[in-house]
Write a protein that binds this ligand. Structure first.
Ligand SMILES: C[S@@+](CC[C@H](N)C(=O)[O-])C[C@H]1O[C@@H](n2cnc3c(N)ncnc32)[C@H](O)[C@@H]1O
Length: 268
């Protein structure tokens, strides 16, 4: 799950060796159902969901711990991406600047370039041990400003339960690696781990049709924007801001940044 070519059957424009060509309109409901299925489907479920995560783990373990690796061969868009995120955060006027969390942090590209310059301390979660180690290195090198890296959690987001309260939680190009039930549960845990008034921000590829697009190579899915909005609401969030990233090369999936706050109890 990274910036990748829009392989949506309705809008696909190009082909590239960096991206999976094996795209099918995933029966995502099936993945959902299999994940939740009780009794008779249980043994099938036990296989499908771990396999979805194991395959992604295997895919990422073969990717170089570089910016290019994180961005599917499009390392040159990193600066545009960070600039877009910086403007998004500036306009949000994040209330606290003490502690942020970077989810699916990879080698710490976002932590180092976006979050550490703003927040006193940045924790990160990353499932791949080599990436987590690289992130530690990149985010503690001498050229990084006085702010610092905090905890590095080497685990999947589907297992991660924060023990701190954050002033911002940022999650980028990773949520397509979670099943819908795990994504709702993850958002719920994040909601409980925000300081009052703090934001959860997600930055993800979205499909241009209403379909969920499955990528069997990296074991991820690309959801339509509406799915993210629905799942966020289901988890108790209120969407405050939604902006499409500009100036990315043509032919990629659209990338959206969404900021949300915990819905007050009893709110709609
Ligand atoms: C496209 S990279 C993005 C990295 C970083 N967010 C960035 O924008 O540079 C996706 C990252 O998500 C990680 N990842 C994949 N599945 C994950 C999971 N279930 N939990 C946590 N991280 C995951 C991968 O190991 C990889 O580092």
């Amino acid at each position: 799950m990274y910036c990748k070519l829009d392989t949506d059957p309705l809008t696909a424009e190009e082909d590239s060796p960096h991206f999976s060509k094996d795209v099918n309109n995933c029966k995502h409901e099936a993945l959902e159902a299999e994940h939740e299925a009780p009794s008779s489907n249980e043994s099938k479920n036990e296989k499908v969901v771990p396999e979805f995560y194991n395959k992604a783990q295997k895919y990422w373990s073969a990717v170089p711990a570089t910016v290019n690796g994180m961005l599917g061969g499009l390392g040159y868009i990193s600066a545009i991406d960070i600039q877009g995120s910086r403007i998004f955060l500036r306009e949000l006027k994040v209330p606290g600047k003490k502690l942020a969390l970077d989810c699916g942090a990879g080698i710490g590209r976002v932590s180092r370039n976006l979050l550490i310059p703003i927040f006193e301390t940045v924790d990160l979660v990353e499932q791949d041990a080599a990436f987590a180690e690289k992130a530690r290195e990149i985010c503690t090198s001498e050229s990084v400003c006085r702010n610092s890296l905090g905890e590095v959690y080497n685990m999947g987001l589907q297992e991660f339960s924060p023990t701190h309260k954050y002033d911002l939680i940022w999650s980028q190009w990773v949520l397509g690696h979670l099943t819908d039930p795990d994504l709702v549960a993850f958002f719920r845990r994040m909601r409980l781990s925000l300081q009052p008034g703090a934001y959860l921000c997600i930055k993800e590829n979205v499909s241009t049709s209403k379909e969920v697009i499955k990528d069997d190579e990296d074991s991820s899915i690309t959801r339509p924007l509406e799915s993210y909005e629905r799942i966020l609401r289901e988890a108790g969030f209120r969407i405050v801001r939604k902006v499409r990233q500009q100036n990315f090369p043509k032919g990629l999936f659209p990338v959206y940044m969404i900021a949300c706050k915990s819905q007050p109890l009893g709110g709609n």
